[in-house]
Design a protein around this ligand. Sequence first.
Ligand SMILES: Cc1cc2nc3c(=O)[nH]c(=O)nc-3n(C[C@H](O)[C@H](O)[C@H](O)COP(=O)(O)OP(=O)(O)OC[C@H]3O[C@@H](n4cnc5c(N)ncnc54)[C@H](O)[C@@H]3O)c2cc1C
Ligand SMILES: *[C@@H]1O[C@H](CO)[C@@H](O)[C@H](O)[C@H]1NC(C)=O
Ligand SMILES: *[C@@H]1O[C@H](CO)[C@@H](O)[C@H](O)[C@H]1NC(C)=O
Length: 503
Amino acid sequence: MRFSNTLLLLILCFLVITWTVRSVPPQPPVQCDQTGCTVSNTYGVWPNRTNCKAAKVAYPTTEEELIKAVAYASEHNLKVKTVTRFSGTIPKLACPSGSDAMLISTSKYNSAIEIEPDQLTVTADSGVSLRELIDKVEEAGFSLATSPYWEGMSIGGLVSTGSHGSSWSGRGGSVHDHVVGINLVVPATSSKGYAKVVSIEEGRDVKLSIEKAFKRSITYNFTSDVALEDMFMEHGKKFEFGDITWYPSRKTAVYRYDLRSPDDVSGNGVNDFIEKVLETSKSENGKCKTADTTLAYKKLTGNGLKNNGLFFTGYPVIGTQGKLQSSGSCLFTHLHLELISLARGTRDITVFHSMKRLRYSPFQEDSVVIDFNYYREDDALTPRLNQDVMEEMEQMEFVKHGAKPHWGKNRNVGFFGAKQKYGPNFEKFLEVKNKLDPKMMFSSEWSDEILFGRESSKYDGCALEGNCVCSEDRHCSPSKGYFWRQGLVYTQARVCRFSSAQV
Ligand SMILES: Cc1cc2nc3c(=O)[nH]c(=O)nc-3n(C[C@H](O)[C@H](O)[C@H](O)COP(=O)(O)OP(=O)(O)OC[C@H]3O[C@@H](n4cnc5c(N)ncnc54)[C@H](O)[C@@H]3O)c2cc1C
Ligand SMILES: *[C@@H]1O[C@H](CO)[C@@H](O)[C@H](O)[C@H]1NC(C)=O
Ligand SMILES: *[C@@H]1O[C@H](CO)[C@@H](O)[C@H](O)[C@H]1NC(C)=O
């Protein structure tokens, strides 16, 4: 039900960011040598920090070649996973089983983008990047109604993981809700040549609905966070593309007033929202100071909006949908977004220094997406500052409030018990999956662990990385003073908390 107050689903996204500054383009995610291939993700490490291996990789450029690759794997009973040019996923959904597995990369399957103006649709090869798609669609005088904030991903990848922008209007903020047709290449019997194409509605690859080109008008209101919890419904209803960024320790909320603008209003704005904030010190104070200057800077610079493509000169910033919805200006300079981690909060869970962003996304019910951006150490066994607060919120939202995970973003704990949250639809999904892939060629123990929300066996430090909920001190980091404790507000939570008395 649109705008019903009954139950708001909380969708929790944990965007894990490894602290690496790169000034060179990232390596392609698949690297092969004589011993085989390794798949990595954008972040450089998978949740449990072990590599994903495969024996070989295929780079089809056409549907015909794609069919051939799937047929080859099917004939030889090989396990397969699809990888993209971007590999932006956090969970190990892209990791195949066994050492003889095969990867099919979509990085060269990206030539076709076809717009059907009369039908208001666009059809694209699944390896096409979001930016390429947006540019083509806008060039032809149309707009995508929604897309993720980050443009460095492929159409196949973003649809597969349920990626989204922010909107409760029309078909909503999730891109897959705008898909009107899709082609799947699946295994087949030998008499059918081992692979076939299944079309769900007509159209090649991914077919999306589009709209006549439109403009948006954005104003950020940096204001008090008082009554945020009462304001967000109203805000989501009122502003088609609204969102809210919350800086709890600064008691500040940034409301994005974001609506369609009439066509004849001039404006050439762009959104350069991706920026970097340095983690200067390990102290909470240091971080709070950084947050102060960061926030002041953001306010001064319109949060990355640029009226004429170059500078911020004042609100509202008006520009085309294609320039305001998705951004990626820092894609090849550094790969992290805002680096924000938690501070304060040993006593008061509402006081922490991280940033949260609320986005609007209709599932069966209108829902809110909560993004936390935080820091991940290079060393698996180094706890994060006040990580108990983060863990408590994670468990509060997933367990207490029944949040659903983002299939491209959450830590493993976000998937525990996920299948129950989908009710009968989960069984329906499995039925279709088994029918299309009876030999489970596209499954692996890694994707099954995520899909079925199974908790793998616990090991020392597993809770630090979101691979388990702790149930003993050793799942935290006792040598660094982090022990197994109960939540402060949500007492059913089990978290790793620092206790100086015990080191
Ligand atoms: C900096 C950054 C910002 C982000 N911002 C947002 C955001 O604003 N909103 C949001 O919702 N998400 C966001 N994400 C998450 C992102 O949407 C997902 O990680 C998405 O999956 C990335 O797409 P990809 O092309 O990199 O796919 P990958 O990560 O390579 O693949 C994702 C999964 O889909 C499968 N897959 C990919 N292509 C195909 C195909 N053609 N056929 C079958 N299976 C396929 C892969 O096997 C894998 O399991 C962000 C991620 C990053 C790194
Ligand atoms: C992580 O996954 C690998 C396989 O990729 C597995 O062999 C290993 O045991 C796992 N590590 C931990 C610490 O669970
Ligand atoms: C900003 O938000 C506050 C709180 O809702 C409101 O009182 C104020 O009028 C808003 N400012 C602008 C410029 O809209």
